[in-house]
Ligand binder design. Structure first.
Ligand code: HMG
Length: 390
């Protein structure tokens, strides 16, 4: 039987890192509020010559170096940090990667959820023609106002996934739990570089969406909680996954059997949070960086284990689905690559971070050469963005 799912996956992030101890000292806040209260240690920050396109191309190039491009006829780019109101960010990525012209590319938006709808659409394309493969990229830069409660939950990153038949990493199962409720918990108005957020409402909207998705998954015939070995959640800050786990335990009754299953999942929370604690919120990429983090850092052999994945995008849309980890998954990726990438980021002072935060602009410019990634944003000329392969 042909299975379909995530064949390979890779991550890229920004050039800089801001340590939250430094931000806490600047803000006069107990650093434990960030480390324990939010579950965050660091945040990635992009250089002036980086953006969602350069991070996306870097993640995809690292992936395609292993898999090649054969069979790719679709590129889906999920983001809520769009750099143009009309042109899909995927058009630049398509060029930077040197993909053939007989490929459809597009951009998808629904806050942090869009990576999941891209994945689901990709599964549909592959089920129609198993010879095709789909490149799904989720890339975002989380920016809130300076000195706001959301500030320590900022971050930047991209995840690229190759979706295909007989996947080497994760077979995605057919059932999904879906939930939509129009709510003003978080949004980014046209013309604004930072999100508007009602933090408390966003946390309760996320948890209500989890309950709604879980009920729908059960109604759709999905697995019982005892049949899910590990849960991975969208992680706007990693403590949110812990809150979600508590909610799941409450709504599934917390029976003895459930407790055993959920205890294993509790241990998995730490593995799935390992990279996200250092990246910050990567919006559309967050759930999938959590997946990479789990695959790289869970000491147990996950072969044959069922993972539950909860995707949430403010506004709000959520989806809970499951996948089975494939035999040989540890041979697919270099599990030390992401930690190395995170270690290699250049440390920022708070003063320089604040300058960079306030300098985001869509006006014509030429950018300084800073990034160490293979792709850079050269600048904007006559309102058109230009990129190069370094
Ligand atoms: P805040 O004002 O920092 O909240 O805002 P707080 O004062 O309640 O503190 C947070 C936690 O730190 C609390 O723990 C405190 O007790 C604890 P909790 O009650 O939550 O368990 N704390 C401490 N712990 C240890 N030592 C201490 C200490 N002091 C306090 N000394 C908030 C927090 C998340 C609201 C804020 O950061 C924010 O607005 N973030 C942005 C919005 C967000 O991330 N929402 C999450 C759900 S919505 C979502 O996931 C979608 C999103 O990704 C966007 C999209 O979909 O596109 C955001």
């Amino acid at each position: 039987m042909t299975t379909i799912g995530i064949h390979d996956i890779e991550l890229a992030t920004g050039h800089y890192v801001l340590h939250l101890d430094d931000l806490a000292a600047y803000n006069g806040v107990d650093p434990m509020k960030y480390h324990a209260g939010l579950g965050q240690d660091e945040m990635s920050v992009v250089a002036p010559d980086e953006d969602i396109v350069t991070m996306a191309a870097s993640a995809a190039a690292a992936l395609l170096a292993r898999t090649g491009t054969a069979g790719i006829r679709t590129v889906f780019f999920a983001t809520e940090t769009g750099v143009d109101q009309s042109k899909a960010a995927a058009t630049w990525v398509h060029k930077l990667l040197g993909l053939p012209q007989n490929v459809r590319v597009t951009e998808l938006k629904q806050a942090c959820y869009a990576g999941t709808v891209a994945l689901q659409a990709a599964l549909g394309i592959v089920s129609r023609n198993p010879a095709e493969r789909v490149l799904v990229i989720a890339s975002d830069i989380a920016r809130y106002e300076l000195d706001s409660p959301g500030e320590p939950t900022q971050g930047a990153g991209a995840v690229a996934m190759l979706i295909g038949a007989n996947p080497a990493l994760l077979e995605i199962e057919p059932h999904s739990g879906l939930f939509t409720a129009e709510v003003d918990d978080f949004w980014r108005p046209n013309g604004s570089n930072t999100a508007v957020v009602d933090g408390k409402l966003s946390v309760s909207a996320y948890l209500d969406a989890l309950s709604g998705s879980w009920e729908d998954l059960q109604a759709a015939g999905g697995p019982a909680v005892s049949e899910i070995d590990r849960m991975i959640y969208h992680q706007p800050f990693t403590k949110m996954a812990r809150k979600a786990q508590t909610r799941l335990r409450e709504i599934t009754g917390g029976t003895a059997q459930n407790d055993a299953a959920l205890q294993t999942q509790e241990d998995a929370l730490a593995a799935a949070a390992s990279y996200n604690r250092r990246l910050g919120n990567t919006y559309t990429a967050s759930l999938y960086s959590g997946l990479i983090s789990l695959l790289d850092n869970d000491p147990a052999d996950l072969t044959g284990k069922r993972l539950g994945l909860f995707s949430y995008g403010s506004g709000s849309v959520s989806e809970l689905f499951t996948g089975i980890v494939q035999d040989g998954y540890r041979q697919v990726r270099d599990s030390s690559r992401v930690a190395k990438l995170l270690d290699e980021r250049e440390k920022l002072s708070v003063a320089r971070y604040r300058e960079l935060h306030e300098s985001v602009s869509y006006a014509d410019c030429v950018t300084p050469k800073v990034t160490a990634s293979p792709f850079r944003y050269v600048g904007t000329s006559d309102q058109a963005r230009k990129y190069e392969r370094v």
